[in-house]
Design a protein around this ligand. Structure first.
Ligand SMILES: Nc1nc2c(c(=O)[nH]1)N[C@H]1C(S)=C(S)[C@@H](COP(=O)(O)O)O[C@H]1N2
Ligand SMILES: [Mo]
Length: 209
């Protein structure tokens, strides 16, 4: 189980499995993908060299800034060990991603008080929207390692965003930047009927859930 995360006891019967047999790490309506890691991409996988990767944070910040690969790696290393959940219903337990906490990038640009939301955008044009509160406080990372290996291109390498407490569509692959806004601006899937926030424990899959 993920340290620091409390899991609610499962109540009653759920689907085919008896509640008692159900892994408490599994949010409602999800299954354990075990050794598999499905690739879900709306785009063709870009093959972006690490040397060409950049990450920019702008919008409602005191000092907009762009980091290159080496500059981003000079920030304090951080990792996520825990679970991930895709809205298409697979979850993976106990994965490890290595990179840098988004807090480190945000500390450098200094968000303005009116900043309330972010749009994350990829080098391919993919976008996802998030409340600023969901990407601060050690809950979001820019990562370039999966396990101890470089993040594979089909999974967003050279670098992607991860926001693992929300459904994984929020975690933009081939991340290019974050724009801080004073309002919520729906991203790619959110414009196509998905929920604006996407909490897997509340089963916030579609708009209106
Ligand atoms: N750029 C980009 N990022 C993306 C997506 C995408 O299509 N393009 N799909 C999202 C969805 S729906 C999921 S579940 C995860 C899938 O990540 P994976 O392919 O590494 O499993 O990436 C998210 N980030
Ligand atoms: Mo997904």
């Amino acid at each position: 189980m993920t340290p620091g995360v409390e899991y609610e006891p499962t109540r009653g019967f759920t689907g085919r499995a008896r509640a008692a047999d159900r892994d408490p790490r599994l949010p409602p309506g999800q299954y354990d993908a075990r050794d598999g890691w499905p690739v879900l991409s709306a785009e063709v996988t870009p093959h972006l060299a690490a040397a060409d990767w950049t990450f920019r944070v702008d919008g409602l910040v005191a000092e907009p800034r762009t980091w290159g690969w080496d500059e981003a790696h000079a920030l304090p290393a951080a990792e996520y060990r825990g679970d991930i959940h895709c809205v298409t219903s697979w979850s993976k337990f106990g994965v490890r991603f290595g990179g840098v906490s988004l807090d480190s990038f945000l500390a450098a640009v200094r968000p303005l008080p009116e900043a309330s939301h972010v749009v994350a955008y990829s080098h391919t044009g993919y976008t996802s929207n998030l409340p600023l509160a969901d990407v601060t406080g050690g809950r979001a990372w820019i990562v370039w390692e999966y396990g101890d290996e470089p993040l594979p291109p089909e999974h967003g390498g050279p670098a992607r965003l991860i926001v693992p407490h929300l459904y994984f569509w929020k975690s933009a692959k081939w991340i290019a930047g974050l724009r801080l806004l004073d309002h919520d601006e729906p991203g790619f899937w959110e414009q196509n009927g998905y929920h604006h926030r996407g909490d897997p424990w509340a089963e916030e899959r579609y708009a209106g859930d």
